[in-house]
Write a protein of this length. Structure first.
Length: 252
């Protein structure tokens, strides 16, 4: 005898209802994921937009000051004036290259680095030229660096810097060559030099404070010439010729 079990109408209804609820939950979960992704996207865009506005358009991060560093010869007020930083402009939009170009035109500036110092400052880091010798121009003592650039005044001659003396009509390249010679002298030797005579680029000589003369030639091989001269100065002579350092000559 065979037995069979048959689901009644109520069981079928319950199964269909359960299936519908599961389907509805899946549909709601999918919609929620879509809505959540859209909401997150809108929020991200809002945050990014607010950040862009804050940095590039608002006055919250605007320039309120200029910090000048590295100056000894230059007055920081002169650097600020030449930098001409647009105060009140959003810091992110300030043209740093243009500021650097303006500051570099100051004679005493060898190089400059301009950067943003958040939240509201522009930083101007200056590297000044270093005087290696002094030249008299128009009745004034002027300092020049190792490249022959004249960039500052002196009220009196610095004790540790030689004076460049030249004939009328001495060319600028000869002056620059003499400056390179002066800049290459070791400090112990530089302090013994009274002045540097300049005729042409390869006829440069040193007049020492004790009256002796050093024929130097051009700036080529200056470190080697200085080493040779340090040995020769132990010998008594009037003239020391190191223009060819491999074959030095002394004249008594």
């Amino acid at each position: 005898m065979r037995s069979t079990s048959t689901l009644g109408p109520d069981a079928d209804e319950r199964t269909l209802a359960l299936a519908r609820r599961r389907f509805a939950r899946r549909q709601w979960a999918r919609r929620w994921l879509v809505w959540r992704s859209a909401a997150v996207g809108v929020l991200v865009l809002a945050v990014v937009g607010a950040g862009v506005w804050l940095v590039f358009s608002s006055s919250v991060l605007a320039v309120r000051g200029v910090r000048v560093e590295g100056t000894e010869v230059l007055d920081p007020r002169i650097v600020r004036a030449r930098a001409a930083v647009p105060m009140g402009t959003p810091l992110a939009t300030v043209d740093l290259g243009a500021i650097a170009t303006r500051v570099e035109k100051l004679p005493a500036v060898a190089s400059v680095d301009v950067s943003r110092s958040w939240p509201d400052q522009v930083r101007v880091l200056v590297r000044e030229r270093v005087a290696v010798a002094v030249v008299e121009r128009g009745g004034h003592l002027r300092g020049l660096d190792e490249h022959g650039v004249i960039f500052r005044d002196y009220l009196s001659r610095p004790a540790d810097l030689p004076v460049l003396r030249m004939r009328a009509g001495t060319r600028a390249d000869a002056l620059a060559e003499a400056a390179r010679v002066a800049g290459s002298l070791p400090h112990p030797l530089a302090t013994r030099v009274s002045f540097v005579r300049v005729h042409t680029v390869d006829t440069i000589s040193l007049a020492l404070r004790d009256g002796r003369t050093v024929v130097w030639g051009s700036a080529a091989s200056s470190p080697e010439k200085a080493r040779v001269l340090a040995v020769l100065l132990h010998q008594k002579a009037r003239v020391y010729d190191v223009s060819v350092p491999g074959q030095p000559v002394i004249r008594r």
